[in-house]
Design a protein around this ligand. Structure first.
Ligand SMILES: Cc1cc2nc3c(=O)[nH]c(=O)nc-3n(C[C@H](O)[C@H](O)[C@H](O)COP(=O)(O)O)c2cc1C
Length: 176
């Protein structure tokens, strides 16, 4: 059953989950669908809109899809029940494996957007990309640049307007 909730209702739980085992980011362009794990991101207001911000590194297969796609889904378990799946989606690439089949993941159609979401999660965000910007590394504080980007390519920041936010099965409070 799906219960709509205000986008910021569970913001502390979202930030906790991102900082622990992460969240599922699912994207789609035509036939291509892929899910990867994200740990960097936030829920907030930008341009007076509810926005989920994510960072996707340019060497991810997900990047190949999202850069031309218009939407993304974020699925959050809010507990440890899908930690194994989050680990899998955060270590394997959709270039090499079909994660939906091999992990496996139960992908479900979203309510509003094209990209699906991952079944079995407690909280969902459906987002429409309203702004994206490849990082200007020269603008980043030097110590972070050296630590995070000396050996790996930059991220693109995607700002997704939250067009739907809802609970999956069960209540979040009962799991705290
Ligand atoms: C807990 C966790 C958090 C992660 N957070 C991010 C992130 O915010 N951005 C990113 O680009 N990669 C992140 N990654 C790495 C990607 O999930 C990983 O490289 C993945 O295999 C990419 O899959 P893909 O090639 O199918 O897109 C994270 C990995 C883990 C395990």
């Amino acid at each position: 059953m799906i219960t709509p909730v205000k986008f910021n209702r569970y913001a502390p739980q979202v930030l906790d989950q991102l900082g622990k085992s992460g969240a599922f980011l699912t994207v789609r362009k035509g036939e291509a669908v892929n899910t990867m794990t994200i740990g960097w991101g936030s829920v907030g207001r930008v341009w007076s809109l509810p926005v989920f911000t994510i960072l996707v590194r340019h060497n991810r297969y997900t990047y190949q899809i999202i850069k031309d796609g218009g939407t993304f889904g974020v699925s959050l378990p809010l507990d440890a029940s899908l930690d194994k799946e989050l680990e899998y989606c955060g270590s394997k690439s959709g270039r090499d494996v079909n994660k939906e089949r091999e992990c496996p993941l139960r992908l479900l159609p979203a309510q509003v957007i094209d990209s699906p979401v991952v079944g079995g999660c407690r909280l969902y965000y459906e987002c429409e990309i309203i702004y994206s910007q490849s990082m200007a590394l020269e603008a980043l504080k030097q110590d972070i640049r050296e630590q995070r980007y000396a050996k790996e390519p930059p991220h693109t920041l995607f700002y997704g307007k939250i067009v739907a936010c809802y609970l999956g099965t069960g209540e979040v409070e009962s799991r705290e």
